[in-house]
Design a protein around this ligand. Structure first.
Ligand code: PRP
Ligand code: URA
Length: 209
């Protein structure tokens, strides 16, 4: 069974409070999402395997650790997931990036896939799918399906805010996927928005409405 990790470091909670506020403008919202993504990536990569190498300091020879040559892939779900990408690449700049385009049909709330472009060696990579919001879970489930269909075996999902309904749906559909969340909110409203949430993440990131 995949694990659900709540990454509630004080810095993350503080920044999250700012982006939740309705008067926070696009520039500040974007900068804070980027910073939160970096902080979350730090925790979500805690289990990266290490290799031991021989090095020489100015004082002596010693054994030391380096990140093993594990191939990583980051997959933002378009469009809002793009807001988290640069923040993650700051820590793992050599990761390859795939894109999955999904939008939620406003009536059915079901995800509609419109774009997929992934690294060619999907089966050899470990992936982190990123999207600020996990609401019904439909988009996350579809993105994970899409990666698995193409051969991915080791997938993590990282989001800023999740509804309990979404977490339950993803863990049920994909029990092997570890989920990293900055805040687990109360519920979904009748329109499928997370309460209290932060509104529409894509619109707030890109200044659209
Ligand atoms: C939002 C969000 C997630 C999805 C979450 O995207 O960024 O992708 O909704 O909802 P779900 O868990 O119920 O599927 P949206 O469909 O608004 O598209 P956008 O990123 O293009 O704004
Ligand atoms: N997508 C968003 O951007 N916000 C929500 O609250 C739910 C889905």
């Amino acid at each position: 069974m995949g694990k659900v990790h709540i990454l509630d470091h004080p810095l993350i909670q503080h920044k999250l409070t700012h982006i939740r506020q309705k008067d926070t403008g696009t520039k500040e919202f974007r900068e804070l999402v980027d910073e939160i993504a970096t902080l979350m990536a730090f925790e979500a990569t805690r289990d990266l395997p290490l290799d031991e190498v021989e090095i020489e300091t100015p004082i002596s020879k010693t054994k030391a650790k380096v990140i093993s040559g594990k191939k990583l892939g980051i997959v933002p779900i378009l469009r809002a997931g793009m807001g988290m990408l640069d923040g993650i690449l700051k820590l793992i700049p050599a990761a390859k990036v795939g894109h999955i385009g999904l939008y939620r049909d406003p009536k059915t709330l079901k995800p509609v896939e419109y774009y997929v472009k992934l690294p060619t060696d999907v089966a050899e990579r470990d992936f982190i799918i990123v999207d600020p919001m996990l609401a019904t879970g439909g988009s996350a489930i579809e993105a994970i399906n899409s990666l698995k269909k193409r051969g991915a075996k080791n997938i993590k999902f990282m989001c800023l805010i999740a509804a309990p309904e979404g977490v339950e749906a993803v863990t049920k559909a994909h029990p092997d996927v570890n989920i990293y969340i900055a805040a687990l909110d109360e519920r979904l409203n009748e329109k499928g928005y997370i309460v209290p949430g932060l509104g529409d993440a894509g619109d707030r990131l890109f200044g659209t409405k």
